[in-house]
Design a protein around this ligand. Structure first.
Ligand code: ZN
Length: 329
């Protein structure tokens, strides 16, 4: 079979000028969560934002939610996780479904993790050059891979309990797979991607660094340390799915402000390279690494304090809002 060609000498493409109208405004005092629904005359395009409302699979459009199980008359079940096992059929249905685009109004606090129970969660370390250098670590020749355990997943809005230590932020593009595979050639990797969502790879740095080998998996998997959402957005919704503004705003200060085009290993390469080793499944998640600006990279270092709000944004995907609360001990 044709093997993917892996290039370790990848150079980020030049940044294109962006129109001012695409700049993100972040009303940090407001408690509203914007879903950034792009007005579109094409029903299929606007429909493909998939969420989890009170544990049920919904399409988010026009400010409302459409219950998929009801709209499809039972063709698709209500479990938000199960749709990825029949992703192609679902996309085909959604493109032509005759459903009420406005949906019913909902409370953003009722949105859960859009992919609540993946079989596997991969996370990539040091996937942005500037982040590797702020961490005083070498740029890797191949992706640095660890896991966040599935029990750390939570929804796109709400409270996250701090733990003792140094709790840090990492805004990340999360890749959601709609197909599985093993040894997937680079040129076919994009076919596995159902869409993107926003993630925070919340990390407790003391445990992460402790011991003779790094404890990434545990230190990044406390309850609530894996918020994702607000929706899974299909790539055809995005002007350029390989170049999206991404960042974090902590207590009103924009602390991370990057672009996904600066990834060392871009989306397709991550999918292909992971599949060289591991069998991927529909519904798996890949946290694709964070740009520069995390708390441990600052001088002096800065970590999340009780009462602070963290906003995580990615262009075209919307934003998440979490308030951190003191450890409950
Ligand atoms: Zn990370």
């Amino acid at each position: 079979m044709v093997r993917p060609s892996h290039r370790s000498d990848r150079v980020a493409p030049p940044r294109r000028p962006r129109p001012a109208s695409q700049s993100l405004t972040l009303p940090v005092r407001s408690l509203t969560l914007r879903l950034v629904v792009t007005p579109s005359p094409e029903m299929g395009r606007e429909l493909m934002r998939i969420g989890n409302l009170e544990g049920r699979l919904v399409l988010l459009a026009g400010g409302g939610a459409v219950d998929v199980a009801a709209a499809s008359e039972g063709r698709f079940g209500p479990d938000p996780q199960s749709v990825y096992a029949c992703w192609q059929e679902f996309v085909g249905w959604a493109a032509v479904a005759n459903v009420d685009l406005d949906g019913r109004p909902y409370d953003i606090a009722d949105l859960g993790a859009p992919v609540p129970n993946p079989r596997q969660i991969f996370a990539i370390g040091l996937n942005y050059r500037e982040h590797a250098s702020e961490a005083s670590l070498a740029v890797p020749d191949e992706p640095v891979v660890f896991t966040k355990y599935v029990s750390c997943l939570t929804g796109p809005v709400g409270e996250i309990e701090l733990v003792p230590g140094e709790v840090d932020w990492e805004a990340e593009l999360v890749i959601v797979l709609g197909r599985g595979g093993h040894e997937v050639p680079l040129g076919q990797a994009r076919d596995l991607v159902a869409g993107y969502t926003i993630g925070q790879d919340v990390s407790e740095r003391v445990r992460q660094r402790s011991g003779p080998a790094p404890q990434f998996g545990l230190a990044k998997s406390h309850p609530g340390f894996g918020p994702i959402g607000p929706a899974v957005v299909t790539l055809d919704e995005l002007a350029d799915p390989d170049d999206l503004a991404i960042g974090s705003v902590l207590a009103g200060e924009k602390v991370q402000d990057g672009r996904t085009s600066r990834m060392i290993f871009p989306v397709d390469e991550l999918v292909s390279r992971l599949s060289d080793v591991v069998t991927l499944f529909p519904g798996d998640l890949i946290f694709s690494g964070t740009p520069a600006g995390v708390g441990m990279g600052r001088t002096p270092t800065r970590f999340i304090q009780a009462g602070e709000e963290l906003v995580t944004f990615i262009e075209g995907l919307g934003e998440m809002r979490h308030r951190f609360v003191a450890p409950n001990d």
